[in-house]
Design a protein around this ligand. Structure first.
Ligand SMILES: [Zn+2]
Length: 293
């Protein structure tokens, strides 16, 4: 596994610092692990380069260990996305993930759409190594508390995998709406992609903090399109054990990860090495069951 050079250098420097006089030397810090990107896509979205080759070149260049993928061809935005059915989109995700072990598949759900059903997605979780279900309330036109979601969330519960939500600013994708569903499934980890896309992130941070304090839901926040100050605020207020590094790859195209270098640098400066590891690797490895993959 390649570790990004700048990070490897920082880890080496930290490990090499001499102990103050009279104190026993600290054991060397373990090297930083490679990144896990908790939010990436395959499929098509008009105006964006989401080609598989673009994603793979970005993973190569950045030395990313795993990228968690879902297929945007399931989004129902005629003229912008392919708007395909659950079987076709998730078969494609399975095929792509099988071809590159760095790619970790999520099932894309279309609750309430004609022909869609949790029963159709179950084999992907049971037999084919999918590590969660992705929900997009805006692109697929549902609310997180619609009855149609219940069987899908039951699957997450049964297979002990996260329910991953696009979290935005509309009534149906905002953090408070997702929180209501999360409270009904208190053993299922819910991941709020973007921690409120297009918002100041305060609502998502509050929701994750309340869930941790009240223990009535399990809510993780994710960093795609989030500014460094908001990411650090989220970690300070909720804890580094509830925040995942993710990027919405390859939203920013051919040099996608360049956009996230300031965010990673800010986190590396502000956090302990242990918390930084949680953010970029350990939380996602646990949540998506990636150790041993
Ligand atoms: Zn996304």
């Amino acid at each position: 596994m390649r570790v990004p050079l700048a990070l490897a250098t920082l880890a080496t420097l930290a490990a090499a610092s001499p102990a103050p006089a009279g104190e026993p030397p600290l054991p060397p810090l373990p090297p930083l692990p490679p990144l896990i990107d908790a939010h990436a896509h395959i499929g098509r979205f008009a105006g964006f380069d989401l080609a598989l080759a673009t994603l793979q070149k970005n993973l190569d260049r950045q030395g990313v260990r795993h990228a968690v993928i879902s297929n945007l061809d399931g989004a129902a935005l005629p003229g912008v996305t392919a708007d395909l059915g659950e079987l076709a989109i998730n078969e494609e995700t399975a095929r792509v993930a099988k071809s590159d072990p760095r790619l970790v598949p999520l099932a894309w759900a279309r609750p309430g759409a004609p022909g869609a059903s949790a029963a159709l997605l179950e084999p992907f979780l049971r037999d084919r190594g999918f590590r969660g279900i992705k929900f997009h309330p805006d692109f697929n036109h549902f609310s997180p508390d619609d009855a149609a979601l219940v069987p899908y969330l039951e699957l997450c519960r049964r297979y002990r995998v996260p329910a991953v939500f696009h979290c935005g600013l509309s009534l149906r994708s905002r953090a408070r709406a997702i929180q209501r569903a999360a409270r009904r499934f208190p053993t299922v980890p819910f991941v709020l992609y973007h921690m409120g896309f297009g918002t100041d992130h305060e609502e998502a941070i509050a929701v994750a903090r309340e869930a941790k304090r009240d223990r009535d839901a399990i809510i993780f926040l994710e960093s795609a399109q989030v500014d460094p100050a908001s990411l650090l605020r989220a970690i300070a207020q909720v804890g580094a054990d509830r925040v995942l590094f993710g990027t919405d790859a390859t939203y920013f195209g051919r040099d996608h990860y360049a956009t996230y270098r300031p965010l990673l640098a800010a986190a590396r400066r502000a956090l302990t090495q242990e918390d930084y590891r949680r953010l970029i690797h350990d939380n996602a490895a646990l949540l998506f069951h990636l150790d041993g993959k």
